[in-house]
Structure formats: structure tokens, C-alpha cells
Unconditional design. Structure first.
Length: 373
């Protein structure tokens, strides 16, 4: 069962973040024209303009922590999480008590899957954050990070608090259902009771069918969810994955790409979308498009081993073997027990005449194979 990616989880709060911009912290005293224009653009949801104006103001006068926090907020809602982290950190260096930066720095880190750094701030902000809608986003980000860092008991505790505070919220119930893993769980049943004919309900049915190996039923449920709500995050990706994995129709990959493009518009910072695009293109001979998609996935999530494997395969197909090695070697450090990484590295080293390194990778690959009974 495919879980929602980090950036998408955080993106659930974008509408509420935009609302928080109306109370964005403004520097006291004389405010340059660029700052006024930037704050106005931020309040009106024109984030690229806000970034431009606020950056100009900070270039002229760097020591404006409130302005830098507003720039970070614009970056965050514009899915530029790495830039947001830089802005919020500098704002906090200049003014450690700045509330906007204290809240959105850990959210930005969580969106980048930097969960170990994000968790302390998310723990601090979640219990008593005054805006209930943004508190929900903080809680969902905290739950995901706790799950991803191997703290299931703490993640379950956060989910219980979220369900208690947002008992009829479909996204909270969906995440709880994902966490507990099967339709018979209390959270799935509650979701189906709250909205049995909802897009989320059909999405859940599809994911349960997929986990049971019934891909045809999963595809139909995901299509029904899309008919109910074509803007529902995640469901286009769910459908595309099932089509790419299972459909015998030779044209199914084109329908999958259509859904991946739709998902990309809904979740532009979701690295899984670009990875699936890359695999679809690569397996159907469109190597340039595949490489572009894999590179975007890695820009969003540099530690994504699957995207490094896909890009390295595409580069090898194009004869770009040195670059393929450079792309893939970091994956060996990130995931040393990944047999596919060692196998492909062995092939690449062999291609390049690096015999001793190839032999070492073959040995690593063989060590990871299950022993015969």
C-alpha cells in the first residue's frame, strides 16, 4: 500500500497557510516599498511576486528577520522547501523568538523528509498551536515523521490526538487508516461511516483491493474516486501505479501518464510522481523524458534511492556510464542493503573496466541474496 509522500502531506495545509499570511509579521518602523509590496503579494497569494519583492528588500537591508520569515513563508507555500529552510534559519538566527519561523522551519524540514531535524520543532508546536487548521497540518507532518523514523508508538499517539480533535476530517481519518493498515481497523470504519460514498472512501477501497492483489477492483475504485473528486491528492498516483504494474493493455501506460500529469498539478512537490513518470518513460523508450523526470524527483528528494536507480539505468542506456556511477554511488551509502544498487553498480564498473570494484559489488550483491534452504 503506497503511503502519501511527505511534501504532499504538508501541502494539505497550503490553503490554511495562505490565510495565515494575512497576519504575516511586518517589520516595525519605516518599511521599504518592496516590503510593503511583498507582504501584500503574500497576503493575496501571489507567491512568486512576494519572493521577488522581499528578496529585493533583504538584498538592500539584510537584517530584517520579520521580512525574511515572510520570504520563507512565500517559499514554503510555493513548494520551495529548501529555500524556505534557509530563510527561516536565518530569520531565527537574527531573532530566535520569531513565531512564524519557529513554526514553519520544522514544517519545511518535514516536507524535505529531514524528519530527525523536524521532529523536535513539530513536537513543540503541535499541542497548543492556536490555529486549529494549521495545527492539523503540524500533527499530520509529525505523525509521518515519527512513522518514518521508526517511532510507531509515538506516531500512534499523535494519530489518536488528531482523530480526537478532528474526528470527522477525511484526511486525518485517511492517514489513520493508512497507518493501521486494513479496512477492518476502527479508523477505516469511521471514515466509511462519516462519508461512505466519498472520494476518500473509494480511495481507501482501492488501496485495500490493491493490497489484496485485486488490481482490477483497485483500478475501478480509484477511477470512481476521481469521478467523485478529481482534485483529491494521491488518487491519480494510486491509479497510475496500478496501471503501470498490472495492466496487460499496451496502451495503459499512456493513461497512467495522463494521471501522473494530473497528480503533478495537484502535488508539484511529490517526488513519487516524478519517479513513476520516469519509470513509465524509461520502460517505453523515451529516455530523455525519463532522465528529466528522475532528475526532478531527486531535486525534490535527493535521498530517493529508487530515483537514483532509475536515472542510472537511463544514463547507462545512453552510454553515459561515468555519470551513471556518480548518480548511483550515493545510493550505496543511503541504502547499503539494497541489492539492486550493488547489482547495477557492478554492471557499471564492469562496463568501465573497473574490475576490482565490480567484483566487490558482485560480492555485496551475493551476500544480500536469501540463503537456499
Amino acid at each position: 500500500m503506497r503511503l502519501m509522500a511527505g511534501p504532499r502531506l504538508v501541502a494539505l495545509g497550503v490553503l490554511f497557510v495562505a490565510a495565515s499570511a494575512s497576519s504575516a509579521q511586518k517589520p516595525s518602523g519605516a518599511v521599504p516599498s518592496e516590503v510593503q509590496k511583498g507582504v501584500q503579494a503574500l497576503e493575496q497569494g501571489r507567491f512568486s511576486e512576494a519572493e521577488e519583492y522581499l528578496s529585493k528588500a533583504l538584498a538592500a537591508k539584510p537584517n530584517l528577520p520579520e521580512v525574511r520569515a515572510n520570504l520563507g513563508l512565500a517559499y514554503y507555500v510555493d513548494h520551495k522547501y529548501s529555500d524556505a529552510v534557509v530563510a527561516f534559519r536565518e530569520a531565527l538566527r537574527q531573532q530566535p523568538s520569531l513565531s512564524t519561523a519557529q513554526t514553519f522551519l520544522p514544517l519545511s524540514l518535514a516536507a524535505l523528509d529531514e524528519c530527525n531535524e523536524a521532529i523536535p520543532g513539530l513536537r513543540r508546536e503541535f499541542p497548543n498551536y492556536p490555529d486549529v487548521k494549521l495545527r492539523r497540518v503540524i500533527g499530520l507532518s509529525l505523525e509521518r515523521c515519527l512513522s518514518e523514523t521508526g517511532q510507531p508508538a509515538d506516531a500512534s499517539d499523535i494519530l489518536q490526538k488528531l482523530v480526537a480533535q478532528y474526528s470527522d476530517d477525511l484526511d486525518v481519518l485517511y492517514e489513520a487508516g493508512q497507518f493501521y493498515g486494513k479496512l477492518s481497523s476502527e479508523m477505516y470504519l469511521r471514515l466509511m461511516k462519516v462519508a461512505p460514498d466519498s472520494a476518500r472512501g473509494y480511495q481507501v477501497m482501492g488501496q485495500v483491493a490493491a493490497s489484496d492483489g485485486n488490481w482490477q477492483r483497485a483500478v475501478e475504485a480509484f477511477r470512481q474516486a476521481i469521478r467523485k473528486d478529481p482534485t483529491l491528492p494521491g488518487v491519480h498516483l494510486n491509479l497510475a501505479v496500478q496501471l503501470l504494474l498490472h495492466s496487460p493493455d499496451p496502451e495503459a501506460w499512456k493513461e497512467a501518464l495522463e494521471n501522473l500529469n494530473a497528480e503533478q498539478k495537484l502535488s508539484p512537490a511529490d517526488s513519487d510522481v516524478y519517479f513513476e513518470m520516469g519509470e513509465a518513460y524509461r520502460k517505453h523508450g523515451q529516455t530523455q523524458e525519463a532522465m528529466a523526470s528522475f532528475r526532478e524527483a531527486l531535486r525534490l528528494r535527493p535521498g530517493m534511492v529508487e530515483a537514483r536507480l532509475g536515472l542510472a539505468k537511463a544514463l547507462r542506456e545512453q552510454g553515459m556510464k561515468e555519470e551513471a556511477v556518480n548518480v548511483l554511488e550515493p545510493a550505496r551509502k543511503t541504502d547499503p542493503d539494497n541489492a539492486a544498487v550493488h547489482f547495477l553498480l557492478a554492471q557499471l564498473y564492469h562496463d568501465l573496466g573497473r574490475a576490482s570494484e565490480a567484483e566487490a559489488e558482485v560480492a555485496a550483491f551475493q551476500r544480500l541474496q536469501p540463503s537456499s534452504p
